[in-house]
Design a protein around this ligand. Structure first.
Ligand code: ADP
Ligand code: MG
Length: 400
């Protein structure tokens, strides 16, 4: 199956409205979205929506520099509910595929503040004083519900477990293990592929249990966000649900373990580090280490899958993930977009993110990409870069 490439446009925030930011992103329906700013300093009287005659084929950018239309398999604008995103993005199908033994991955990407965490987790990511209203629950909680419902309706025993980790500055940290955070080594073995040594994988059987694991993990992530400046927006977070299903047997029939048909699927939620450029002024010390780490991991994704033979979907994904990085990304994209034979060496080493996702994204892996953007005129340039790369990847996807 082809991965879906979807777009979510969040509403203007109160702050943005109060300071008079203009809305520059407009959904045209049918998967098309239009960015209508004529220039970044135009503040109020620009064209709202380009005439239809100016619309381009899906995935292409119209001629004017800041006036462009992009195509996605689905666009969710400011009025779209969390439920609409779950139902319209293909997330439910992804859950079903994970139940059937496939490795499925959802990526949320975009600049910091564009709604990645909100889309994945709802407001749970921000406040733990009061439980989020059910209508605001994100893709994660809706998927858990769906998974547990499916497991009850199907005639199979399901063993569900979760692991949750983050990658910050090329260090892998377990978000579920108690005690002070420490970096865990990444290892490789023939049977397991790449894995994180001593990583916790916690079994769960109820919605309450998995939601509480999610809360614990995101709290740990936020705790370090206060200690380490801007931490959470500069780290990737990976929540993986392992689904092992085994067909039912009549209780009096004893089968050898090897005779039990067992499938193992995974459902991985990736909240990628913010894709915005790190300001040049901060390009020394901590910031540059962060930027380099994010660059390295995102670009390495592109390198790894771009060269894997016969996997168009993952190649498209790799394009997106490589493209959401920083200035050198442009170079990398053009390399990846070239026919394989003409590609020169891509000068980025493998990263932890690449290695951790290698199994779920290689071969039969199925992906859902959720590009997140703000509609504000102030975010115009980052928005254009997210849209540009996302739709470019989509175009690659549609090639045979
Ligand atoms: P990111 O994870 O991309 O940095 P967040 O998910 O934290 O961004 O969102 C930034 C802010 O915008 C938060 O206050 C969040 O509640 C709000 N927000 C994001 N998306 C939506 C939405 N679809 N509807 C309402 N508020 C949203
Ligand atoms: Mg976030």
């Amino acid at each position: 199956p082809r991965p879906h490439s979807t777009l979510r446009v969040r509403p203007l925030t109160c702050t943005e409205t109060r300071r008079g930011d203009r809305q520059v992103v407009h959904s045209l329906g049918d998967g098309a979205v239009h960015v209508s700013a004529t220039s970044p300093w135009d503040c109020g009287f620009g064209r709202a929506v380009a005439p239809l005659s100016r619309r381009c084929p899906r995935g292409q950018v119209s001629a004017a520099r800041h006036d462009a239309t992009f195509g996605f398999s689905a666009v969710f604008d400011a009025g779209a509910s969390q439920e609409a995103v779950f139902e319209g993005s293909g997330m439910r199908q992804l859950v079903e595929l994970a139940m059937d033994g496939f490795s499925c991955t959802v990526f949320a990407f975009g600049q910091t503040g564009s709604g990645k965490t909100y889309t994945l987790m709802g407001p749970l990511g921000q406040s733990d004083t009061q439980p989020a209203s059910p209508a605001l629950l994100g893709l994660m909680q809706r998927s858990f519900t769906c998974l547990l419902e499916l497991s009850r309706s199907r005639a199979s025993d399901l063993a569900l477990s979760a692991s949750y980790l983050e990658i910050y500055n090329e260090q892998v940290r377990d978000l579920l293990s108690p005690g002070p955070p420490c970096a865990l080594p990444l290892r490789w073995s023939k049977s397991r592929g790449f894995y994180v040594e001593n990583q916790l994988s916690v079994e769960f059987e109820s919605l309450e249990a998995i939601v509480s694991l999610l809360l614990q993990g995101s709290q740990r992530r936020r705790t370090s966000a206060h200690a380490l400046n801007r931490h959470s927006s500069r780290s990737h977070a990976l929540l993986t649900i392992h689904v092992r299903s085994r067909a039912h047997h009549p209780p009096n029939v004893i089968l050898q373990a090897s005779a039990c048909p067992s499938k193992q699927g995974t459902l991985c939620f990736v909240d990628l580090a913010g894709s915005e450029r790190v300001k040049e002024t901060g390009s020394s010390g901590e910031l540059s280490v962060e930027a380099n780490s994010i660059n390295r991991s995102l670009l390495a994704l592109g390198k790894g899958w771009g060269t894997r033979p016969g996997s168009a979907p993952t190649r498209a994904l790799s394009l997106v993930t490589s493209c959401v990085a920083h200035p050198p990304a442009g170079h990398c994209i053009s390399l990846l977009a070239k026919p394989r034979g003409k590609r020169t060496h891509i000068p980025y080493r493998d990263s932890k993110l690449t290695r951790l996702l290698a199994r779920s994204l290689g071969g039969s892996g199925i992906t859902l990409m959720v590009a997140c953007i703000s509609p504000s005129s102030r975010c115009l340039s980052e928005t254009l870069s997210t849209l540009h790369y996302a739709s470019r990847a989509r175009r690659v996807t549609t090639r045979p």
